[in-house]
Structures are given as structure tokens and as C-alpha cells.
Design a protein around this ligand. Structure first.
Ligand SMILES: NC(=O)c1ccc[n+]([C@@H]2O[C@H](COP(=O)([O-])OP(=O)(O)OC[C@H]3O[C@@H](n4cnc5c(N)ncnc54)[C@H](OP(=O)(O)O)[C@@H]3O)[C@@H](O)[C@H]2O)c1
Length: 295
């Protein structure tokens, strides 16, 4: 029998993940800070919990998909939070992109209550979530991973495992560092070409025929070509957050990452007016910074 899953955080990627679990036959409880975001899942058969505590007491295991470590700690530690409802032996698996320290601290926090914390961040967008094709990086005790395995099988196409949660966290940050860097350089490349009168479409055609071909370059290149930065598949403010997290982790681990700093600064500047757009909107910011030379 499938475990009863409690799901918290029904944003751009959390909602399709929860929807996928429902579609795959998991009994589902949901809670979201803004309650209306749970309405469509409730209409499809999910049960609405009044508080995270109620959700944790009724579920066999809890999944969270919230903005960052601060949001996660709030959901856990508030008076009617997860910690107040999660019984000994149960697992809280966080799949958000958070900082390594929060992953470490929550592991100790739950262990002191004889419960388990697993950090299992994901790579992939809302469509991959909807279709069960996410890549899952699971960090934590084997027993906790085993309890979450049915959920991972439904959500993911492949799972990698590490014993320490912060290793999984760092794998995710290393992936997003590359994603942010690729996005920034793709945007700069398309901008340079467009200044020479070459449209993005032509550049994408060239990339597609070359060793530069990649699904990310093609799909985000199309987003830029159409200037379709909303609705976002990944908020620009989240990419800046992840680059900050990657820089902090690199500093802690003694890794020299100068280009990540430059990319982070570009996203931070772009965020002033474009926080709620897709992260590919960094292209618009670059354009704004590039007045055409006087002819
Ligand atoms: N989008 C992607 O493609 C993608 C891919 C991989 C990983 N991620 C990661 O997944 C996480 C969620 O991303 P998303 O794109 O779904 O973001 P999002 O649309 O901004 O959703 C964030 C969710 O967190 C909730 N939240 C924020 N602060 C909270 C708080 N203090 N207490 C309770 N709930 C809080 C929000 O509730 P409200 O509805 O009330 O605001 C919302 O449900 C992030 O860590 C992101 O980096 C995203």
C-alpha cells in the first residue's frame, strides 16, 4: 500500500510534484502558506490540512518544497509546525534548494526527537515534475531514503544517494551554479550577436548543429527569442538565491569560484526589477546595460 504523503509548498514546482503523487495514487495531504494555492489539488482529491502540525501527525511521511532554508525552518519550528506533529520514526524529506547548514542542523534537530530528516533536492523543471522525470539527490540515512523510495520512484527518473545531507545540498548547488553561468553566458552571446544584426534564432540554429547543442541552451534560447519571461519556470530571484548559496558553500569548502561571483552579481542587479520573471530575463537586463553605440 502506498504511504500517506503530507506535502508542503505548492509553488511553481511543488504543485506539479504534489499533482504527480496524487495522479500516481498516493493518499495526499497538503498545506500551503497561501491556502488558495491548494484549491486545485483539493478539487482533485487531496485532503487540506489546517496546519503543518496536523499534516505531520496524519501523514506517514512529509515532503517540503519551499523557497529556502529560512522558510523551511519556519515551517518546522512554528508553534503549529511540523516538529510539533512528526512522531518518532517518521521522515521529513525536504526537496527544496537550501543551505548546507540548515540541512545539517535539521538532521540533528530531528534526530534528538527520534525522527529523521532527509535532504533530497531535485534537478528539473515543472514539466519534469509533472511527468516524474526529476533527478533526485538524496542525502541522509539509508532507512530514511528507503521510506521515501516509493515517492522518489513516482517523482524521479534517477536517484543518487549520499550519507550526509549536506553532500546532496552541495550537488544541487553545483548544478545550479553551472545553470546560472550557462544562462548568463547564453544571454551575453545572444546579445553580442544581435548587436551585429544576427537574430537569436540564427544563433540557436548554429548551436543546434554544433558541440554547443544542449536542451538547456535550446529551450532558454527560445524563451529569449520570444521574450517570454512570464510565467516563470524558475524565478530570477531563486537563481540569485542559489548563486548566493553556492558562493557561501564554496567559501566554506575552500573552493575558488570567481566566475560564480560575477554571475551572481549580474543576477542580483537584474533582480531589482525582474525578481518575479523567469531567470532568462537576465537577457533584458543585459540589453538595458548596453546602450547602442552612437553611429
Ligand atoms: N521552479 C523550479 O523549476 C525548481 C527546480 C528545482 C528546484 N527548485 C527549488 O524548489 C523550491 C521551490 O521553488 P518554486 O519554483 O516552486 O518556488 P515558488 O513558486 O516561489 O514557491 C515557494 C513555496 O514556498 C512557500 N513558502 C515561502 N516562504 C514560506 C514560509 N515562510 N512559510 C511557509 N511557506 C513558505 C510558498 O508559499 P506561498 O504560496 O504562500 O508563497 C510556496 O509554496 C526552491 O527552493 C527552488 O529553488 C525549483
Amino acid at each position: 500500500m502506498k504511504p500517506r504523503v503530507g506535502f508542503i509548498g505548492l509553488g511553481v514546482i511543488g504543485a506539479p510534484m504534489a499533482g504527480r503523487l496524487l495522479e500516481q495514487g498516493f493518499p495526499l495531504l497538503v498545506w500551503n502558506r497561501t491556502p488558495s494555492r491548494a484549491d486545485s489539488l483539493v478539487a482533485r482529491g487531496a485532503h487540506r490540512a489546517a496546519t503543518p502540525r496536523e499534516l505531520a501527525s496524519a501523514a506517514d511521511l512529509v515532503i517540503t518544497m519551499v523557497t529556502d532554508g529560512a522558510a523551511l525552518r519556519e515551517v518546522v519550528e512554528r508553534a503549529d509546525g511540523l516538529a510539533a506533529g512528526l512522531a518518532a520514526g517518521k521522515v521529513h524529506c525536504d526537496m527544496s534548494t537550501i543551505d548546507p547548514a540548515t540541512a545539517r542542523n535539521l538532521t540533528d534537530f530531528y534526530a534528538a526527537r527520534n525522527a529523521h530528516f532527509l535532504h533530497a533536492p531535485v534537478l528539473g523543471n515543472w514539466r519534469a515534475a509533472q511527468e516524474g522525470r526529476l533527478l533526485i539527490f538524496a542525502g541522509g540515512a539509508d532507512r530514511a531514503v528507503e521510506q521515501c523510495q516509493p515517492v522518489f520512484d513516482a517523482l524521479g527518473k534517477k536517484v543518487w544517494r549520499w550519507s550526509r545531507p549536506e553532500q546532496a545540498t552541495c550537488v544541487k548547488l553545483a548544478c545550479n551554479l553551472l545553470l546560472g553561468g550557462l544562462m548568463e553566458l547564453l544571454a551575453e552571446s545572444l546579445l553580442l550577436a544581435s548587436r551585429a544584426g544576427i537574430p537569436p534564432r540564427t544563433m540557436l540554429e548554429i548551436f543546434a548543429e554544433s558541440a554547443l547543442h544542449s536542451p538547456m541552451v535550446q529551450s532558454k534560447g527560445e524563451t529569449i527569442a520570444h521574450r517570454k519571461f512570464t510565467p516563470p519556470s524558475f524565478y530570477l530571484r531563486h537563481m540569485r538565491k542559489d548563486l548566493d548559496l553556492a558562493l557561501a558553500a564554496a567559501q566554506e569548502l575552500g573552493a575558488h569560484t570567481p566566475a560564480t561571483r560575477a554571475v551572481r552579481d549580474a543576477f542580483a542587479a537584474a533582480e531589482h526589477q525582474r525578481a518575479e520573471l523567469d531567470y532568462s530575463a537576465v537577457f533584458e537586463w543585459l540589453e538595458e546595460q548596453s546602450p547602442a553605440p552612437a553611429s
